[in-house]
Design a protein around this ligand. Structure first.
Ligand code: AN7
Length: 344
């Protein structure tokens, strides 16, 4: 049996570019649950499962890539890492850099990253550069910076990130014995869909990949760079994905597609997941389920939706959009009875 209680690089060493004895920077990432979704399965007439990437140490799939990118950086003798980020890459880079004892700087779009991610990044001791610009501008600047200074770039232009993230596909393939027919996944900078396709191909598998972008940030759907991307799903507020060609190839080669979902559809899926399936993910993650609900199964019977990050990352959006209620109440028996038992 596979030992899941090991660093991701150890578990998949035969498929990753690391040798025995290489330095490993790990927070015991990967080996995340694959949870059945009974409500979605019923709604769609298929078996739908959720890959819970929010169960990773920093709460998103980025940890799979980051253990590889930071371990490789340490192997090269690097003393610092840097990234542009909509939040999750920043949180993950900050955590792994802390673990490695190296420094970390992150460039984030001012006012556009969720509170949980900002809290994580700061608490791990990273230098946060709040840019008067969007993610795409941040990435351009940081690529220039790393071309001229000895700092390792840990965005998904870094091949180690793609290598690490492909392990999620390896896990799903192993868990389902190769039965998977369709995978639904949110798409931002397009590193993750690229990684999954690489992972599945290495296993000789070819599920259809359905990628979903937010309507206001859908460059791959519109076939053009979006100068001013906007969406409630701040993680995927990206207008010029770095893995553009790879993502299009993944969709085409797998007989899948990349399509868009509106913010309303994202939030409806977000609420349904939380209030009916009991699974609190962040809004960007819900784009996978929103897409599945919007466009249907296309005949697939075994489906996985990737929930890329956990809900606590973005408390503001959760508090603004939910199916719960707050009832103000005096500290007396009558009002308590009414509040708990009365009609909503
Ligand atoms: C929760 O952190 O780009 O298509 O800078 O945080 O591989 O970019 C995050 C992306 C989906 C999209 N879901 O993945 C960043 C960043 C969540 C995310 C995506 C992101 P890619």
């Amino acid at each position: 049996m596979t030992d899941r209680h090991v660093p991701l690089i150890e578990r998949f060493r035969d498929r990753l570019p690391f040798a025995e004895g290489d330095p490993l920077v790990s927070l015991q990432e990967g080996s995340t649950p694959l949870l059945r979704a009974p409500i979605l399965s019923e709604m769609l007439g298929a078996t739908v499962r959720l890959k819970l990437e929010g169960a990773n140490p920093t709460g998103s799939f980025k940890d799979r890539g980051m253990t590889c990118a930071v371990s490789a950086a340490v192997r090269e003798g690097a003393k610092a890492v840097v990234c542009a980020s909509t939040g999750n890459t920043a949180a993950s880079a900050a955590a792994y850099a802390a673990r490695a004892g190296i420094t970390c700087a992150v460039i984030v779009p001012e006012g556009k990253i969720a509170q949980g991610k900002m809290a994580q990044t700061l608490v791990h001791g990273a230098r946060v550069i709040s840019l008067a610009g969007n993610f795409d501008q941040a990435l351009t600047l940081v690529r220039e910076l790393t071309a001229n200074h000895p700092i390792v770039l840990v965005n998904s232009v870094n091949e180690f990130r793609i290598e690490g993230q492909k392990t999620a596909a390896l896990e799903i393939h192993e868990d389902l014995g190769g039965e998977l027919e369709a995978l639904c996944i949110p798409v931002g900078n397009a590193g993750n869909i690229t990684s999954y396709w690489r992972g599945f191909r290495e296993m000789g598998a070819a599920p259809r990949l359905f990628g979903f972008q937010a309507e206001g940030a859908a460059p791959l759907v519109e076939g053009r760079v979006i100068e001013h991307p906007e969406t409630v799903a701040s993680a995927i507020r990206i207008g010029n994905p770095v893995r553009w060609e790879d993502a299009m190839a993944a969709a085409t080669d797998s007989r899948g597609s990349i399509r868009s979902v509106s913010d309303e559809e994202i939030l409806a899926a977000f609420r349904l997941l939380a209030s009916r399936e009991g699974m609190f993910c962040e809004p960007a993650s819900a784009a996978s389920v929103a897409g599945l609900l919007k466009y249907g199964t296309d005949g697939a019977e075994q489906i996985v939706c990737v929930l890329t990050g956990r809900g606590l990352k973005d408390p503001e959006t959760a508090i603004a959009h939910n199916d719960g209620m707050i009832i103000q109440c005096a500290a007396e028996t009558g009002p308590i009875e009414e509040a708990v038992l009365g009609d909503p």
